[in-house]
Design a protein around this ligand. Structure first.
Ligand code: 3PG
Length: 305
């Protein structure tokens, strides 16, 4: 009997875990859970004889794959798969998939929620500002970016986007203004919401020049990855501009150094963009179904390696 391990240091909502267990069991497989584990060794111990793993931001590196001798497939229940060593997986013949779009609305709602929280001075009762009529730049118009655009339009924001992989026409169809360069997006929009993946091209790409070019009372919203930010640049912008705000679902490594700017900074205590029951159900069920379809019918939709 095939063994499917759900290895989530940050567990799914119980309602999602229950549905995943039922689905996998009814498909004739064994379903095991490893949640809130103490260290990477616990993950290594749990993978020894499993055929498939469902993960979130859990690290699946070469060491884990070396330990998992029977492993055929890893499904990242979510969008970003920068936590999986794709070359090691490919070398070992392990298929890696993600579940694009399944948790996007949850992440987008958090982005807008953090914008309101910061614009209203952390809900401290003092006079803040409104989002209505302000310019929002969406950096990468993918699944999350599209939800952010939809919600921001409801707030009455003017929405712009930069994405070299999405046509101007497609953006215009959605009522979004397409920006031709990333520089124009940052220079033109008071608010910029980040939705780029972390890869060799994007790491540290959000730098001092881009951030310092933003209009007055700038706010950068990061529900993507901390690695895409050039932290030296971020610190310098905080030091040189008294009107720069940063809200993030991913704590920067330099968080302690940003302490003096706490009124212009908000960081969630733990990455929680995708942490809703709905997103957990959508992404978890999609991951389980992808594993079942892979073992039963060799379906490899959403394979990323
Ligand atoms: C993703 O890439 O899907 C999001 O960053 C959510 O990550 P999480 O599943 O660890 O919350």
């Amino acid at each position: 009997m095939k063994k499917v391990l759900v290895a989530t240091d940050k567990p799914f909502a119980k309602v999602a875990s229950d549905q995943i267990r039922t689905l996998i069991t009814e498909a004739g497989f064994e379903c095991l859970f490893l949640e809130k584990y103490p260290d990477q060794q616990a993950l290594m111990n749990a993978v020894t004889d499993v055929d498939a793993i469902i993960i979130r931001s859990d690290i699946i590196d070469k060491a884990v794959m070396d330990q998992a001798g029977k492993l055929s497939i890893v499904v990242r229940a979510g969008a970003g798969y920068d936590n999986v060593d794709l070359s090691a997986a490919t070398e070992k013949g392990v298929v890696v998939m993600n579940t694009p779009g399944q948790n996007s609305n949850a992440v987008a709602e958090l982005a807008l929620g953090m914008m309101v929280y910061q614009a209203r001075n952390h809900f401290n009762g003092s006079s803040g500002t409104e989002l209505f009529g302000k310019k929002l730049g969406i950096h990468a118009y993918g699944n999350v970016g599209k939800h952010v655009a939809r919600i921001a339009k409801g707030f009455g924001m003017k929405v712009y986007a930069f994405d070299p992989f999405v046509s101007k026409e497609a953006m215009e169809d959605d009522g979004i203004i397409s920006m031709e360069t990333v520089e124009a997006l940052y220079a033109g929009c008071q608010y910029v919401s980040l939705h780029i993946p972390a890869n060799e091209k994007t790491k540290k790409s959000i730098n001092f020049d881009l951030l310092s070019s933003m209009p007055a009372n700038a706010m950068l919203i990061n529900t993507a990855r901390k690695e895409v930010i050039c932290e030296e640049g971020l610190q310098r912008v905080f030091e040189t501009r008294k009107d720069f705000n940063y809200v993030s679902d991913v704590a920067p490594d330099c968080k302690a150094a940003l302490e003096p700017f706490n009124d212009r900074l908000f960081v969630t205590p733990k990455k929680m963009g995708a942490q809703t029951a709905e997103a957990n159900i959508n992404a978890g069920i999609a991951a389980a179904n992808q594993i079942i379809a892979f073992f039963k019918n060799n379906v490899t939709t959403f394979k990323v390696n």
